[in-house]
Design a protein around this ligand. Sequence first.
Ligand SMILES: [Zn+2]
Length: 179
Amino acid sequence: MGKSHIILCAGHGVGDPRASKEANTEVLETIKIADVCAHALARFGIPTTIVPHRLNPKDSTAWVNKRFEKDSSMAIEVHKDVSPDPSDDGISVWHGDGNQAEEAFATLLANQLATAIERPNRGVYPDTTNRHKRLDWANLQVDSVLVECGSIASANTESAHEYGVALSQAIISIFQKNS
Ligand SMILES: [Zn+2]
């Protein structure tokens, strides 16, 4: 994989002007997932940076682009789906269309996280097929993926804390496989 640094970003950010009521709930969940995951990674010795939660998506992108170089880091944007449809629950991961490093990491992350949280692996997709069309994260200079950690509307979804721990376990196992 060749990455030595993880950048975590909670989806939307507190200042996202597009956030609906559901997305505001999603923000609180994804902030907790990112924080729990980052602390676990740091304890394990994996250098990790959290993008400040107050930044909206556009400012988050600029913040990361100013600080990180292309090859050393993998950025992970954390989301939860807001759909009550049970078929949306589970793990899906998005990557830049045609970016092989991102696609390889996305495939590992979907597998490892689905295993760690015991939820279905819903697959790995290029950002061009996302229903929002162009993901903000696609504007990053560093390699990046976007992970959907289940749905907040699902009746039996795991807690944000459980997802944070599972996400850290998934990332640690990817680092161990590649070291
Ligand atoms: Zn989202």
